[in-house]
Design a protein. Structure first.
Ligand code: AMP
Ligand code: AMP
Length: 369
């Protein structure tokens, strides 16, 4: 096995969200690393020894313009939340640079109705959804489409409240979901297509402004004050789940992966993903959303989490786990199992010379640790 093979490849990502975790993990696994940054972030990313190269672009949306340069450098892209925030699903699909993950999943993830169908087929419980404001018979949360970190979400108490606070949204795409009171638990998974194993990597609960602070003001003092809860994510806190709930968390992850193979044949969802749940006093998980890539809550666990420690005797962040999967694929000549190169603009792969490097191939199914 050629332990030096990863050095021939560069793992790259956009400089924001979970880039530090991804690039540190890539370096720990022996890859060359590249951060694509905007001018205001350049000095920050340069200050870390594990970032080998930097490319500066004026705005993240300019990313497609550097594709040829990335392909020349044998880059493997690891996407995170900023990719979906700044690039459209169409731009993702046009991108010819080898990409960790299955882009076909984006169509199911980015459309909230299709996402609901996916989670429903996996047998997961979801908050009730309302299609007409007139049908609202309980408190709801109104959510805009797209990964926006809770920005613009509205709490609506009843149908009258909707016309008062949310009617301006008519021209935007949104959904209205039953408001579930409980603990928001975000479960971070990794599914390996190489060994067919699902792992729970870590978990977090979000800290959101101002909703997580409203409890600091007694409700009697809130009366008469026109307070609107908002859900803008400010940070993340670690959480460890009651162990008796862990089996269900694991089964939910398995079900989501299983159904993804039916809806996006044949590779389905693989790599990092997150189930965003609210857990009620009855200890029931309600699924708010699925995120089909690394989420920022994993940044709490750059040095590993209590859960990753159960599977690995070394610090294993989600970012490092991604690099480990790419390395295992590389060493077993199975890169096509973990990379999406479907745009086909530049032929099957920009890695033709690397393929000629001779390695002993252990075959797919390389153990993760
Ligand atoms: P940024 O590059 O920080 O603007 O983030 C890109 C996308 O990821 C935005 O939609 C953010 O709202 C989301 N995001 C960034 N950090 C977090 C976080 N800690 N938790 C959840 N979402 C986040
Ligand atoms: P999301 O963008 O779906 O991850 O939601 C962002 C935040 O909005 C969550 O962390 C919750 O605080 C809140 N939220 C979303 N959906 C619901 C729901 N159905 N009931 C209660 N709160 C919710």
């Amino acid at each position: 096995m050629d332990k030096h093979l990863p050095q021939l490849f560069t793992i790259a990502t956009l400089g924001s969200h979970s880039a530090l975790q991804i690039l540190k993990g890539a370096k720990d696994e022996g890859f060359h690393t590249l951060a694509v940054v905007t001018p205001q972030n350049e000095r920050l990313y340069k200050s870390f020894a594990f970032v080998d190269d930097i490319i500066v672009i004026a705005r993240y949306a300019d990313f497609p313009a550097i594709e040829a340069e990335l392909n020349r450098r044998k880059v493997i892209l690891v996407p995170h939340g900023s990719f979906v925030a700044y690039l459209s699903p169409e731009q993702h699909k046009r991108m010819s640079t080898p990409y960790f993950g299955n882009k076909a999943v984006l169509d199911w993830e980015s459309d909230r109705m299709r996402q609901r169908e996916w989670l429903g087929r996996a047998g997961l419980k979801m908050p009730r959804q309302f299609t007409k404001a007139g049908d609202i018979d309980r408190p709801v949360i109104v959510k805009l489409y797209g990964a926006q970190g809770g920005k613009g979400y509205l709490f609506v108490k009843n149908a009258d409240d909707f016309s008062r606070t949310a009617s301006h949204l008519v021209r935007q795409k949104y959904i209205m979901q039953e408001y579930i009171i409980g603990v928001p638990v975000y479960i971070h998974y990794f599914y390996s297509p190489l060994n067919g194993k699902l792992e729970i990597m870590s978990m977090d609960r979000r800290y959101e402004s101002n909703v997580d602070s409203l409890g600091r003001i007694p409700s009697s003092d809130q009366e008469g004050w026109d307070l609107q809860p908002s859900y803008v994510v400010i940070g993340n806190q670690p959480i460890s789940l009651r162990e008796s709930l862990l089996a269900e968390a694991f089964h939910m992850g398995e079900a989501v992966v299983r159904v993804s193979r039916e809806i996006c044949p044949d590779r389905g969802l693989y790599g990092a993903f997150c189930l965003e749940t609210i857990v009620t006093p009855e200890a029931e998980f309600y699924l708010m959303e699925i995120s089909a890539r690394i989420v920022a809550g994993t940044n709490l666990f750059i040095d590993g989490s209590p859960y990753s420690y159960l599977n690995y005797d070394e610090p294993m962040s989600t970012g490092r786990r991604i690099a480990r999967e790419i390395k295992n694929a590389l060493l077993s000549d199975s890169l096509e199992m973990v990379l999406d190169q479907s745009s086909g603009l530049h032929g099957a792969s920009s890695f033709d010379d690397a393929a000629t490097v001779s390695v002993v191939v252990p075959g797919p199914g390389v153990p993760a640790n």
